[in-house]
Structure formats: structure tokens, C-alpha cells
Design a binder for this molecule. Structure first.
Ligand SMILES: NC(=O)c1ccc[n+]([C@@H]2O[C@H](COP(=O)([O-])OP(=O)(O)OC[C@H]3O[C@@H](n4cnc5c(N)ncnc54)[C@H](O)[C@@H]3O)[C@@H](O)[C@H]2O)c1
Length: 255
């Protein structure tokens, strides 16, 4: 077998959620360069169509879905199986961060929205995709997105968000144990700070500058810098890695 970055991904079906977001777009593009067939999932059809329009190769699909609607998950996976040919990998990036100034400002709606998208939808979509991978009989890859907040606990108004990411990291381990016998690996990528709408919305300039100072590499990552870890985890190179959380934080955290 010739050595390539995306080894094993050629002709494979990959679902990317949050595909119209900062990191999701970069991840979707990177998968397309490996020869995988990609389904880009996000809330708005025009946005996913725009992402698909930028991809290398053909056979990619844009699917609009609000992942809080758990009843839509089987349909997404079925459509991917039908239109991509198979479902081999899921990269679940869809998430929301509602940054609040303090704990007191966090509402029940903030709590519910972040948990519904970041944790609950991640569980049910991973389960639906895992079932399709088992039926496909080729093994599979599930890549979840955590955040430095899983470790730090977040700061003030992001505690609820951080709790969802703690849940994702723990869930990743449980899913990895459950799906392991089927040669389906489940891992997390845990970014530090990445230059996307999620990070920048409502972020005070001095906080941004401080983030850079606290990061040994001295800068906030660009979305493309998260794509490598995701493609690696989906490739054959990572076939013996499961239940891991890959710390992609520029040294902001070290574990
Ligand atoms: N940007 C950072 O600094 C940072 C840091 C740590 C972790 N992360 C994680 O990386 C991942 C990608 O984040 P990003 O920075 O690209 O954010 P982003 O806001 O640019 O993208 C998130 C995407 O998820 C989509 N989404 C939200 N709710 C959805 C729903 N109900 N159904 C379907 N799609 C939905 C949004 O429409 C958006 O396109 C997230 O899981 C995030 O928590 C980001």
C-alpha cells in the first residue's frame, strides 16, 4: 500500500457535522483531498452547498439538518449510506458556545441548548453512525470534538459549555469500549483556541491577546490546523488508537 496522509480513506463515506463552521469547513475540505466522499451537515442548506462547491472531487453531498432533532439522525446516516456508498467515518463538530459574562447570567435555555447540541446530539448521531458502520462490516472511525474546557472547566460564563465537553470526552471513552470489538475507533480532538466565529463572537480583545500569551506557540490556531488531527484519526495510521483525546492546543494545556 502506498503511504499517504489519508491512508484508507479513498472511496470511503465520511459525515462531517458543523461542516459550515470555521473548523468544520477546513475538516470537510481536508477529507475531500483524501479521496473520501463527504457529506457536509449543518443547519443551513445554502451554507453546506457552498462548502460542497469548494471541495475537490465529486460525489460529495450537502445536507441541512438541525441535529437537536434526534429523529433526523437515522435519515442523515441512511442518506449518507445511499449517496456516498458507505458510512466509514463520522466527524462530529457541530456545537454551540453561549458565552456569558458570569455564572449568574447563564440561563436554563443556555444550559439546554449547549447540552442538546454538543452532548445529546453527539451521542445519538454517534450511535446511529456506529450502527451503520457495524452493518457495513469494514470497521469505522468516530471523531468527536471536545475543547480545552473539558480540562480547565471553562471560565465564568462558559462553564455550561465546558461541562458539555467534559461529557463528550467521557462519552468518547465509553463509546470506544463499546464499539472496539467492531474495529470502530472513537476519539476526540480537543482544540485550545481556534480563530473561528465561535471563538471570536463576543470575545474582548484583551482576552484574545491574553490567550496568545498563555499559549507556548504564541498564537491562536487557524481552522486548517485542526484538520490534520481529524484526518489522522480517520486514517489507517490511527487504527490502533481509540478512546484518546488529542490535545491540539498549541501547548496551552499539556497532557
Ligand atoms: N474555535 C475554538 O476556539 C474551539 C475551541 C475548542 C473547541 N472547539 C470545538 O470545535 C468544533 C467546531 O467549532 P468552530 O470553532 O468551527 O465553531 P463554529 O461556530 O464556526 O462552527 C460550529 C458549526 O456547528 C453548527 N451547528 C450548531 N448547532 C447546530 C445544530 N443544532 N445542528 C447542526 N449544526 C449545528 C453551526 O451552524 C456552525 O456551522 C466545536 O465542537 C467546538 O466546540 C472550538
Amino acid at each position: 500500500m502506498a503511504w499517504s496522509v489519508g491512508a484508507g480513506l479513498e472511496g470511503k463515506g465520511v459525515i462531517v457535522t458543523g461542516a459550515a463552521g470555521g473548523i468544520g469547513r477546513a475538516v470537510t475540505k481536508a477529507f475531500a483531498t483524501t479521496g473520501a466522499n463527504v457529506m457536509a451537515v449543518d443547519v443551513d442548506q445554502a451554507n453546506v452547498d457552498a462548502v460542497v462547491g469548494e471541495l475537490d472531487g465529486s460525489g460529495h453531498v450537502g445536507a441541512a439538518a438541525d441535529l437537536r432533532d434526534l429523529g433526523a439522525h437515522d435519515g442523515i446516516v441512511e442518506r449518507a449510506r445511499a449517496e456516498l456508498g458507505n458510512v466509514y467515518a463520522l466527524a462530529n463538530l457541530a456545537a454551540v458556545l453561549r458565552r456569558r459574562g458570569s455564572l449568574d447570567e447563564v440561563t436554563e435555555d443556555d444550559w439546554d441548548l449547549q447540552h442538546d447540541v454538543n452532548l445529546k446530539a453527539a451521542f445519538f448521531l454517534a450511535r446511529a453512525a456506529g450502527r451503520a458502520m457495524i452493518e457495513g462490516g469494514q470497521g469505522g472511525r468516530i471523531i468527536l470534538f471536545s475543547s480545552q474546557g473539558w480540562w480547565t472547566g471553562g471560565f465564568g460564563g462558559s462553564v455550561a459549555y465546558a461541562a458539555t465537553k467534559g461529557g463528550v470526552t467521557t462519552m468518547c471513552r465509553g463509546l470506544a469500549r463499546t464499539f472496539g470489538p467492531h474495529q470502530i475507533t472513537v476519539n476526540c480532538v480537543s482544540p485550545g483556541q481556534v480563530h473561528t466565529p465561535m471563538l471570536m463572537t463576543g470575545l474582548a480583545p484583551e482576552v484574545y491577546e491574553n490567550m496568545k500569551k498563555q499559549t507556548p506557540l504564541g498564537y491562536v490556531a487557524e481552522p486548517e490546523e485542526m484538520a490534520g488531527p481529524v484526518v489522522f484519526l480517520a486514517s489507517d495510521h490511527a487504527k490502533y488508537i481509540t478512546g484518546a483525546t488529542i490535545n491540539a492546543s498549541g501547548g496551552f494545556l499539556m497532557y
